[in-house]
Design a protein around this ligand. Structure first.
Ligand code: URA
Length: 443
């Protein structure tokens, strides 16, 4: 493809101009731009100009599908056809205290599906599944393809790091979008997300598109648009694809921080489903299992509930952890076998009343400042720190009652986090009861 962008009709300036004027580009034209950029024939400035023209003018759904295909085909893809299946992948657009993968993966495995998930690390206020898994002593996420497939076949679930050989064009484009103000495009986000899911090979893809203050898509209509486009791309590319739009205006779980989120997931699998994190995980698992195994949603739900109750899901998580080199005792007594922070300190409520808001982004930022998150990709995270919330929206509190327990590396860090939590949590009039699953997109 190198050089193609320079041929007469495919000159970058012509293509950029067409997009700037509201026109559309064909798959061959988009491919010429992307491959020209990767090969050095299209400059960073030209690629950025095209992306910005697309952000401002909009890309059509056909352009989004074409772009997805170009990104997917830019590298290797994972071949899951040798697995006994059905194969499933799950993706969240990113949130705070979103440990759903740690529940959905073993639940699906316990019900006969095979979940193969390639994940990323967290950045900014959002957490990443790999960081959570790496809180478990010994856990390996850099797996060779043969090992990954072997674990998926034996255990039914495996979660590993995406290799550099998958979707290299997405990595290059995302890095450029990140520094040129061109992330915020439904088509670009959908093609970026779906190219990674298509390259990872599963037959069924279930998406959790978050909306709210802690999410990429702040409003419900934006999130629904993204969910619809992602599902459309997945279906057009021959996959079974369902998306749920779920609320991310308060942290989903109680644990905010890598080890604390593993503790919460294990304790939920031990004690049974309760709360919003368990609700969202169950709804995602129902969609995935129903779609992958051609079951009615009620049948899928009752199988998943049984697997949760009889301990099979917890056993699958334990087997996955062991197969990936992690300490399986984490599934027996997580608090004893995960790294513990040297200081814990309650964060008192500054007022009495009803909890009106726990802004997810702000709470994620407090946890990140404690060391649970990264400001740049090179930063390392501390698996032991974070916040265990004791309240959620609607909880009645007395003045001085703990809003949560801060886990920190020092007294000073803990005091700062506790004070900030007291400032960002709003105590006031009771909000109307809010549901967590807001919309479903699927066939
Ligand atoms: N997540 C992705 O993988 N890609 C985007 O463009 C935005 C969020």
């Amino acid at each position: 493809m190198r050089g193609e962008a320079m041929t007469a009709g495919l000159r970058p300036a012509v293509l950029i101009g067409r997009k700037r004027d509201g026109g559309t580009l064909t798959e061959a034209e988009l491919s010429a731009m992307v491959h020209g950029y990767l090969g050095g024939d299209v400059s960073e400035g030209q690629m950025a100009a095209l992306l910005m023209a697309g952000v401002l003018r909009g890309f059509t759904d056909d352009e989004a599908v074409a772009l997805t295909r170009i990104l997917t085909d830019s590298g290797e893809t994972l071949d899951l056809s040798g697995l006994s299946g059905p194969t499933v992948d799950k993706h969240s657009t990113g949130g705070v205290a979103d440990g759903t993968t740690l529940l959905v993966a073993p639940l699906l495995a316990a019900c006969g599906a095979q979940l193969v998930k390639l994940s990323g690390r967290g950045l900014g206020h959002t957490g990443g599944t790999l960081d959570k898994l790496e809180a478990i002593p010994g856990m390996r996420v850099d797996l060779a393809e043969s090992e990954l497939l072997g674990i998926a076949e034996r255990v039914g679930c495996v979660v590993a790091a995406q290799t550099d050989r998958l979707v290299p064009a997405d990595r290059a484009l995302y890095a450029l979008r990140d520094v040129t103000g061109t992330v915020a495009s439904t088509a670009l986000i959908a093609s970026s997300v779906m190219s990674k899911k298509l390259a990872a090979g599963a037959e069924t893809i279930v998406l959790d598109v978050k909306t709210g203050d802690g999410a990429f898509m702040a409003t419900l209509p934006e999130a629904v648009d993204l969910a619809e486009l992602c599902v459309d791309i997945g279906v057009r590319e021959g996959r079974r694809c369902v998306a749920l739009v779920t609320a991310m205006d308060q942290p989903l779980g109680r644990g905010v921080g890598n080890g604390l989120e593993v503790v919460e997931a294990v304790e939920l699998l031990q004690d049974g489903p309760r709360g919003r994190l368990a609700d969202v995980a169950m709804e995602l698992a129902v969609e995935a299992l129903a779609s992958a195994s051609d079951l009615g949603r009620d049948v899928a739900r009752s199988r998943l509930e049984r697997a949760w109750k009889d301990g099979e899901a917890l056993a699958r998580l334990q087997r996955m952890i062991e197969a990936q080199g992690g300490d399986p005792r984490v599934c027996e007594d997580p608090r004893a076998h995960l790294p513990a922070a040297p200081v814990t300190m309650p964060a008192p409520s500054p007022a009495a009343g009803t909890i009106a808001a726990i802004p997810a982004r702000a709470v994620g930022e407090i946890a990140a400042a404690l060391g649970a998150g990264r400001a740049t990709k090179q930063d390392t995270v501390d698996p032991s720190v974070g916040i265990e919330l004791a309240v959620e929206v609607g909880t009645e509190v007395e003045r001085g009652q703990p809003l949560g327990l801060v886990h920190a590396r020092s007294e000073a860090d803990a005091a700062r986090a506790a004070e900030t939590l007291g400032e960002v949590v709003e105590v006031g009039a009771a909000p109307p009861p809010a549901s967590t699953v807001l919309h479903r997109v699927g066939r």
